[in-house]
Ligand binder design. Sequence first.
Ligand code: ACO
Length: 339
Amino acid sequence: MYVPKNIVTNHHLMKYMDTSDEWIQERTGIKERRYADRTGETTTTMGVEAAKIALERAGITPGDIDFIVFATLSPDYYFPGCGVLLQRAMKMKEIGALDVRNQCSGFIYALSVADQFIRTGTYKNILVVGSEKHSFGLDFSTRGRNVSVIFGDGAGAVVLQPTEEDNRGLLSTHLHSDGESAEILAMFNPGTHANHWTGEQLADFDDAEMGEMFFSHAMIDKAQVFPNMDGPAVFKKAVEKFPEVIMEALNHNGLQASDLKLLIPHQANLRIAQFVQQKLKLKDDQVYNNIQKYGNTTAASIPIALCEAWEAGRVKDGELVCLAAFGSGFTWGSAVLRW
Ligand code: ACO
């Protein structure tokens, strides 16, 4: 894992918007988050830092990696994706590099893709990265406070390799989506939607004969270039789908919740994680939470939490771990692994 040095507390955010430490902690559990260096760090460079540690711990070099899967919603460029920028920065061979755009579920989706390539014997060393530099694209005025207080920057990475051992490693992944509520948690612009989907004025266009619909001056003037979230609606769906997809994973593997050494939920909101814990009757030490320190780092939150849990000795060889995520799309998913 890699998180930037710059710690931003709730009190710090109060300088920019009408909010309070009490409100943020009570609703989300977040005390502080990290923000990347404004010009010195990008989503890719943070991913590279996490990847270097993952490679070192796997005992391999960049030349050994034969596929990259990079999950993010805050890429360095609109295109090309961060995967190729990482391939260049780490001087890897001319291997495949895939970018995954599944927001909070990005890491689970990325892991699932990598798992299929391993299972078919296509690749032997796959680098899976989740990284976000949210701090560059948030509305730090009071208007954007329901979103901006939640998110933080950081990166996590894993190396996926085949194993000969039965019942070891990634046992299963389950992925889902429901686009019915796509606009509930979304960043609409820049984009090609032209207000097609909802009949709502999600983007204002300049008065031009051609083009200028993807990104217009009016969008900037009207602050239409920030993420949009109906928090209570996301919350409601998250507390339904998290337990559902975890149970799907457990049932698939013939396991009970009590068999899990650790559940690592995507760090969306501490209240969501607590709800899931209660619902599945998990003990406090069976659920890993670190949103208090990092906020919601989206595609990076699960690998960051997994790394911290492993470093703290909370995931040891042979122990069962469940990863689960829910987010924008909506998309959600789970993975069960025997470490
Ligand atoms: N500081 C102070 N007040 C605020 C802030 C803030 N940062 N943000 C919103 N408020 C105000 C609102 O304006 C509203 O005021 P009003 O009652 O005068 O209109 C009031 O607080 C309550 O707003 P709600 O949105 O109803 O508050 P809620 O209790 O639902 O909490 C929150 C908001 C934290 C966003 C919650 O809905 C939530 O966590 N939802 C899940 C969203 C989530 O986890 N998103 C992460 C991305 S998706 C994912 O990872 C799953």
